[in-house]
Design a protein around this ligand. Structure first.
Ligand SMILES: [Zn+2]
Length: 103
């Protein structure tokens, strides 16, 4: 088995031979605003939200000025009403009590 001291000179020779690492400056990087992935998708209308999330209560879409997010009320299967941000609608269907009880 080779000792660590025998291996080390080879490793340091490889490191020294490597060209200096060139890191492109993030500040210089240009992201075209018209690139497909740069275009922000507009928020869904209430009709679109209702079509996707039938547990949402119609007429409850509003802006939460504190969180700066859109919020709606949802109706849980138990009948309780819960406020949910539209960004969470896709994975929130139950009220807190039902979710905590594992239903
Ligand atoms: Zn519930």
């Amino acid at each position: 088995m080779a000792s660590a001291t025998a291996v080390r000179p080879v490793v340091s020779a490889l490191v020294a031979a490597r060209a200096p690492l060139v890191v492109p400056s993030l500040a210089k990087a240009k992201f075209p605003a018209d690139a497909p992935w740069a275009v922000r998708t507009p928020p869904l209308t209430e009709a679109q939200l209702l079509a996707r999330y039938p547990h949402m209560i119609p007429g409850t879409l509003r802006r939460d000025p504190v969180a700066n997010k859109n919020a709606v009320d949802i109706r849980c299967a138990c009948g309780a009403v819960r406020i949910v941000y539209t960004s969470d609608l896709f994975h929130v269907r139950a009220c807190r009590a039902c979710k905590a009880s594992g239903k």
